[in-house]
Write a protein that binds this ligand. Structure first.
Ligand code: HEM
Length: 527
């Protein structure tokens, strides 16, 4: 029939090609299966889903750290279709991998997804191109620049305090969804200070945007099948499927904001005197002929809005959760801040919070460090070896006499952060899992080794100084003004590794309502 795309006789040939291709991909996959057989690891509950489904369904704190007790810091897991994953919880090995960026890249699936979300930017590129982009943006995130925009961060924290105050009205206490409010605040912090763009919801788009950030595609049999196929060949992500659809939604939402932000530069508006350092950097380089196209700028802006909001918002919300459940720590922290205010005649300023000028606020800073150690937003950092290599280790590999581990090209590696190195009992002691700010007041604590909350090496977090400033400013402002308690005795909050690899809270029994963290707040005077 004219117009018919393929003759009927063509279909069997197409089917044969697809089957041959699938068999070839599966063959390649099965040749990997035995690669880490010399390592121990937990049983694999399913040949199809490996350990992945169990990991996603288990609350944070119940898997990696438990497996470590049985198998030590270096062991093996299985991904979909039994692809072996090397879990590298050895500090020497982890730092080696994170620093050797020519051999260890983000896994191909992450690169494909990140490109779909944002296009080409710091997050989705490797080696020389990544370094160029990183160098370009770094000048917007120096400690010096963060200091200059700290006043705006204080303003935004006060705005949230005022908003909660208004909601409280004459009530003694109210329930606030910390996850939502702090995510919104963080998004606005990055947007107002780096792009001079106000996201305080004039159009009502922000709540939808945040939901899209937090959720993933609906978990149906079709989604799972798509995931399986994509795991066999990540390039399939480029064809229509539920993950691509979801990525497109995210891209459209973030892209719309990023285009509006870049619009100011295209219209030639002056950025002088505005808090828009990241925009300024991109705009300057465009003028200097360094090839910053509109697409380039939009991808970079969207990536920064994404990386800079969800992460910091989650960490602050988790701190509030901890304080609500540990009134002793909350009171001690607040008392120190109020004593500072009484002594100095004004609340702590940026320099005081950052520990400069001799004002120690030592307990406050200990709480912040312990938050960064125990509430790392990434469960793990993933890498893929793009060449054969030998990873040096601190430990002796079980069953061998070597302080090293050979890996083959294509090996996927997870460096466990949240439930791994940050709570390693060999570094932090038997109470490594306990939230105990006091440990940061002991002498010699900083020599124990770094925490990996912000990663390490050339791909370490670009926004580290910004995130710490935001965390300290928001925590100090809110804790001085309000007290936090669990919402109701029967509300239990669990933390899960959700979309991507970040940790998010859900109410037990209400998981279908998505990410939320209801906590009770009241004015400090009402204590
Ligand atoms: C507490 C909050 C934050 C945490 C825990 C965090 C954590 C991390 C981690 C672990 C990485 C390394 C990922 C890897 O090695 O694959 C990273 C990378 C990155 N972060 Fe953050 N981050 C936070 C806040 C921010 C902020 C405020 C920004 C600002 C825009 C930001 C921007 C980035 C960017 C652009 C990268 C990619 C760096 C690269 O590939 O070279 N992050 N972050």
């Amino acid at each position: 029939m004219p117009g018919q795309v393929f003759e009927c006789a063509t279909w069997p040939r197409i089917a044969a090609v697809v089957i041959l291709w699938a068999m070839y991909e599966l063959y390649k996959r099965f040749t990997h299966i035995g690669r880490l057989s010399f390592l121990h690891g937990p049983p694999t509950p399913s040949y199809v889903w490996g350990n992945v489904s169990a990991l996603r369904e288990a609350p944070v704190g119940t898997q990696y750290s438990e497996w470590r007790k049985t198998y030590g810091p270096v062991y093996r897991l299985h991904d979909l279709l039994m692809e072996p994953i090397l879990v590298l919880g050895d500090p020497t090995g982890a730092l080696y991998v994170l620093n050797k960026t020519e051999t260890y890249w983000r896994p191909v699936i992450d690169r494909v997804v990140l490109r779909l979300w944002f296009g080409l930017n710091i997050l989705s590129t490797e080696t020389k191109e990544h370094l160029q982009r990183k160098r370009r943006m770094s000048s917007a995130f120096t400690a010096q620049y963060v200091k200059t925009i700290s006043a705006k961060l204080f303003d935004l924290a006060h705005d949230l305090a005022n908003e909660w105050n208004d909601k409280l009205g004459l009530e003694k206490c109210i329930i606030v969804d910390m996850a939502k409010d702090l995510h919104r605040l963080s998004l606005n912090c990055i947007s107002r200070t780096m792009f001079a763009y106000d996201l305080s919801d004039p159009t009502g788009r922000i709540p939808t945007l945040l939901e899209k950030f937090s959720g993933g595609p609906e978990d149906t049999i079709f989604t799972r099948l798509a995931l399986l196929m994509i795991s066999v060949n990540p390039q399939l992500m480029n064809f229509p499927n539920p993950f691509k659809e979801w990525a497109n939604m995210l891209r459209t939402e973030l892209g719309t904001i990023a285009q509006k932000v870049w619009g100011a530069v295209e219209k030639g508006e002056s950025l002088e005197g505005q808090d828009a350092k990241a925009l300024e950097v991109l705009s300057q380089q465009r003028e200097e002929g360094e090839g910053v196209s509109k697409d380039d700028a939009v991808s970079e802006i969207a990536g920064l809005l994404f990386a800079g909001s969800e992460s910091t918002g989650n960490v602050i919300a988790e701190l509030m959760y901890e304080l609500a459940h540990r009134p002793d720590i909350q009171t001690k922290m607040r008392d120190e801040l109020l004593a500072f205010e009484a002594h100095n005649g004004s609340p702590p300023r940026y320099g005081d919070l950052m520990g400069s000028g001799g004002n120690k606020l030592s307990y406050f800073n200990a709480v912040i460090m312990e938050t960064l150690r125990t509430k790392a937003v990434l469960m793990y950092i993933a890498r893929e070896a793009v060449a054969d290599d030998v990873i040096p280790l601190n430990i002796l590999l079980p069953g061998s006499a070597a302080h090293s581990l050979p890996v083959r090209k294509g090996q996927i590696i997870y460096i466990p952060i949240r439930d791994g190195l940050n709570i390693d009992p060999d570094i932090w002691g038997a109470d490594a899992k306990t939230f105990s700010p006091e440990r940061w007041l002991e002498s010699g604590v900083r020599e124990r080794g770094g925490i990996l909350t912000f990663g390490d090496g050339p791909k370490a977090c670009l926004g580290r100084a910004f995130a710490i400033a935001e965390l300290k400013i928001v925590a100090a402002t809110l804790v001085r003004t309000f007290s936090f308690r669990p919402s109701y005795d029967h509300f239990h909050i669990d933390f899960y590794q959700l979309s991507g690899n970040t940790v998010k809270p859900m109410v037990r029994g209400h998981e279908n309502e998505g990410v939320q963290m209801p906590l009770q707040i009241r004015l400090r005077e009402e204590l």
